[in-house]
Design a binder for this molecule. Structure first.
Ligand code: ATP
Ligand code: MG
Length: 605
């Protein structure tokens, strides 16, 4: 069982003392159980038959002390083993989170995060008791059974041999259930994770749920999943319990045989009644731990399913990691160059067109380069590739002549400030959120950045100012406010390369103009790549790249591009000018998901 040894290897370290203490306690428990059976003979033969009352007092006192010790041992091993199990949970939580943070974005595009979280929670709870189960069963139950068998053999070897004959069929039959358990346990985890993820997504998107009156549909979805999970759990219970009738039948046969034979031996052959009582007690006491031993396989399989799923996550290879010998990024002027870059989201084996095809362009150092073009053209992807969120299919991206593949990832990203298309905020205060960009920022720095991003005033208007907590996903802030916070966060980053993906799309004209002015002041000496749909944002750019279907189809300054009668930029330009609402087509309206409807209005290509 390589999986068990792996769990043991990775978790037992540091707990050896705890395990030894618990082990000693378990041995004591097993010994006290055996003692109970042992002492019966003295009770029957010396006290009941020979009528020695003083012996009875001794036995009574000894039994009391022994059970006192057993109680203490039980307490200590329970506390020890739980302490270790809790620590194992904490360790897995840290390890899994650490690994999740390192996994590339590609992994998250394939896995729903809500599902993942639900699954991990269940798995960690399941694997928690794996080692303890083994230790308890082996040290307490196995030792109890062995000690009790020793008592039985000592009292009557022939009878002992006969009654142990039931063990082999039990072991063989129980092993058969193992595979079934494995399959059902996995289905159970899967179903429960889906219930959890549906709940999480529904509560996160509660506005959309209500707006589209999705309640009944979602409730039905959960009802079906929960019912299936219930049915699976019942099935699991049936399989686990199926070992019981089998063992009770075989056990009953053994006990019945022993009762008949021992009575025969005492009455006809004149054996010691104490011996037989002691034998019978040992046998009855061995019954429960023996049952647990027989079931170990089945229970173990459930925990192993959880362990296996945990390791599937922990063993997911990290594609996005530093190359051996990766160097820290050496900042020069800040020139960004894409050379024949091709990229597709799907894995190589799936046939899907490249999102980026043979793309080449240069964003000059210290200048502003705008990317414009129809929705889905690949603009956000370009910005993602520059941050090495994904690896390229071919070609290379160079910053100051250094291939980003060869640079330490952390060092690359330290030099980049990014305002994403969806302004994401994290649990915590406004100040916490800003400080993610620069942990050592002073309050003055925060205020300065917030002022530049036109966020200072509304921050002060919140109940606790910079210390106000942002709700989940910042729900108690407006879309534009969130956007301004994410701009402030990028300003605070103070990085030489600035990437703005529709950074001002959710702002009204007035704030947009103000934020734009602020951004222009910080864009001055930085290499900036800006994605925008509004002419006002891009007109001042030093260079404009028109991106369509993952290719640069045209490039130039605003004036140059405007002069071209045909071409996408001309259409784009004329649409916004004709409407005379240069900057307002998309204003106010927060972007809908992928903005499909709005997009058509803006850009009839
Ligand atoms: N995670 C992903 N997995 C697979 N395909 C993706 C993923 N993200 C984007 N795409 C696809 O890549 C293409 C380019 O998307 P991208 O987000 O770069 O477009 P965009 O130019 O930024 O569009 P918009 O103006 O709407 O933001 C689209 O066809 C999109 O469907
Ligand atoms: Mg985009």
């Amino acid at each position: 069982m390589s999986l068990i040894s792996r769990v043991a290897r990775e978790n037992a370290k540091g707990h050896i003392t705890g395990y030894i203490i618990a082990g000693i306690c378990l041995i004591i428990i097993a010994a006290t159980t055996a003692f109970s059976a042992w002492v019966i003979r003295i009770l029957v033969d010396d006290v009941f038959v020979e009528q020695k009352l003083t012996t009875a007092y001794y036995i009574s006192a000894t039994v009391f002390v022994v059970y006192l010790i057993k109680g203490a041992a039980s307490y200590i091993q329970d506390v020890q083993l739980n302490k270790i199990a809790n620590n194992i949970v904490a360790k897995y939580q840290n390890r899994i989170f650490g690994h999740l943070l390192k996994l590339g974005l590609g992994y998250y595009h394939k896995t729903r995060s809500a599902y993942l979280v639900g699954q991990i929670n269940q798995n960690i709870t399941g694997v928690r008791n794996l080692l303890n189960m083994l230790i308890t069963v082996f040290l307490r139950d196995l030792l109890s059974v062995i000690a009790l068998c020793a008592v039985m053999i000592y009292r009557d070897p022939f009878l002992a041999a006969m009654s142990l004959l039931i063990a082999p069929p039990v072991i063989i039959l129980v092993a058969r259930y193992k595979r079934k358990v494995k399959r059902i346990a996995r289905q159970g985890v899967d179903l429960n994770s889906r219930v959890a993820s549906t709940m999480q997504e529904a509560t996160q998107g509660i506005q959309i749920v209500k707006a589209f009156t999705m309640e009944a549909q979602l409730a039905e979805k959960v009802r079906v999943l929960a019912a299936t999970a219930e049915e699976r759990a019942n099935k699991m219970a049936r399989i686990t319990a199926r070992t019981s009738p089998l063992m009770e039948t075989l056990g009953g046969m053994a006990v019945a045989g022993v009762v008949a034979y021992s009575s025969y031996r005492v009455i006809i052959l004149g054996g010691s009644p104490g011996d037989m009582m002691s034998f019978l007690t040992a046998m009855l006491l061995a019954y429960e731990p023996a049952k647990r031993l027989a079931r170990l396989n089945v229970n173990l399989e459930r925990s192993l399913v959880d362990a296996r799923m945990i390791y599937e996550i922990l063993d997911t290879p990290l594609h996005q990691r530093d190359r051996p010998g990766a160097k820290p990024f050496k900042l020069g002027a800040g020139e960004v160059r894409f050379e024949n870059v091709s990229f597709s989201y799907a894995a190589e084996d799936e046939e899907q067109g490249s999102v980026i095809q043979n793309l080449s362009f240069t964003a000059e150092a210290g200048k502003t380069t705008a990317l414009v073009g129809p929705s889905g053209g690949g603009k956000s992807t370009i910005i993602a590739l520059l941050q090495r969120f994904h690896d390229l299919d071919s070609g290379s991206i160079l910053i100051d002549g250094q291939d980003i593949k060869e640079i330490k990832i952390a060092s690359l990203r330290h030099h980049i400030a990014y305002v994403s298309q969806q302004p994401l905020l994290f649990e915590g205060s406004i100040a916490d959120n800003l400080r993610y960009a620069r942990p050592d920022a002073t309050t003055d720095d925060l205020v300065k950045a917030a002022k530049l991003a036109q966020a200072h005033d509304f921050i002060l208007a919140t109940p606790q100012g910079y210390e106000s907590a942002v709700g989940e996903n910042g729900v108690n802030l407006s879309g534009g406010q969130r956007q301004r916070l994410s701009i402030a966060r990028a300003i605070l980053r103070n990085a030489p390369i600035l990437l703005l993906d529709e950074a001002t799309s959710a702002l009204d004209n007035e704030s947009e103009a103000l934020v734009q002015a602020a951004l222009e002041s910080i864009m001055k000496d930085r290499t900036t790549i800006v994605i925008a749909h509004r002419l006002s944002t891009i007109a001042n750019a030093d260079a404009i790249m028109v991106v369509e279907n993952g290719k640069v189809v045209d490039q130039g300054t605003h004036d140059e591009l405007s002069k071209r009668v045909s071409g996408i930029y001309a259409r784009y330009n004329s649409l916004q000018s004709v409407n005379g609402t240069d900057a307002s087509i998309n204003s106010k309206r927060t972007r809908s998901k992928k903005g499909a409807v709005l997009e058509k209005k803006r850009l009839p290509v």
